[in-house]
Write a protein that binds this ligand. Structure first.
Ligand code: GUN
Length: 279
């Protein structure tokens, strides 16, 4: 069994990004990312902190717009318009989820598709579905980059994606399909999850349910990618996979923490650099 070490790869990628940011600065371009954080969800605050730290370490300028959960939709839209027009900003990220009185679609659609480093704008979603270039959501993009590093080619593989969110599952499905995999996508209404996971050469799971994937659901020598993040009552951070038992059975597996998580941040930086190069 080989550990898919996202932590090490993300450090390597961040070092390359730092060099790219330095090169851009030589031609008077400082890559810039604007982050909009609304409300006081502790997980969102923690993710944003990590993103800002990574920007700082790689020489990407970042600006944080922190807003209370009572903020109006108009005020957020105003900030987005300002960032769309700001020539020093290459990427705009609105941390999700948003408070319930805010229309998430309206907010995402207000972001210029050219600065949509999260790849959530329908323009970029459509381009991904059509197999065209554009911004791709960071978590699934990070998974593909991690697999590539370990020379895992998904072409012809049966891949089971568990979770069908717009942020992870759906773009993951499209990237895999574009790369030639046969994709089975499971979700909350899937009747017999085990039936699907058991026949998969690769399982990619990200639903936020600790121990959802147990050893009896995994084929011998399968590849397992865990995108889940759960905090147990004792404060321990775990994924969606019963790592201790599943890891004994598979050929490759991502740890949590240190697998898909750090790759997500590396891809956000990479998308921001890509946007800065388009200036
Ligand atoms: N919430 C959970 N994951 C993400 C992400 O990748 N981007 C944003 N903007 N919000 C998130």
């Amino acid at each position: 069994m080989t550990i898919l070490d996202g932590k090490s790869l993300s450090i390597k990628i961040q070092n390359d990004i730092k060099k790219e940011a330095d090169a851009l600065r030589e031609i008077n371009i400082t890559p810039g990312l604007a982050v909009i954080l609304i409300g006081d969800d502790p997980a969102s605050h923690s993710y944003v902190k990590m993103k800002e730290k990574a920007c700082y370490e790689t020489g990407i300028y970042s600006i944080l717009h922190k807003m209370p959960s009572s903020i109006s939709e108009e005020k957020i839209l105003e900030t987005i318009t300002m960032m769309n027009e700001n020539k020093n900003i290459d990427g705009i990220l609105v941390q999700l989820p948003l408070p319930s009185h805010i229309d998430t679609t309206k907010i995402i659609e207000a972001i210029s598709a050219k600065k949509d480093v999260d790849g959530f704008h329908p323009y970029n979603v459509g381009r991904l579905v059509a197999g065209l270039s554009g911004f791709v959501p960071c978590t699934p993009l990070g998974v593909m980059r991690l697999l590539e590093e370990y020379k895992i080619d998904v072409k012809g593989m049966n891949v089971c994606v568990v979770g069908a969110s717009n942020i992870v599952g759906k773009p993951m499905m499209n990237l895999l399909l574009n790369a030639g995999a046969t994709v089975d996508i499971c979700h909350i209404f899937t009747k017999n999850l085990k039936e699907h996971t058991k026949r998969a050469d690769m399982i990619i799971v990200g639903v936020g349910k600790a121990n959802l994937i147990t050893e009896n659901m995994v084929k011998e020598s399968a590849i397992v990618v865990d995108i889940g993040i759960n905090v147990l009552a004792n404060g321990k951070l775990v994924g969606d996979v019963d790592f201790e038992n599943v890891s004994k059975k598979c050929s490759f597996i991502t740890p949590v923490p240190g697998g898909a998580g750090p790759m997500t941040i590396a891809m956000l930086l990479s998308n921001t650099i890509k946007s800065a190069k388009n200036r």
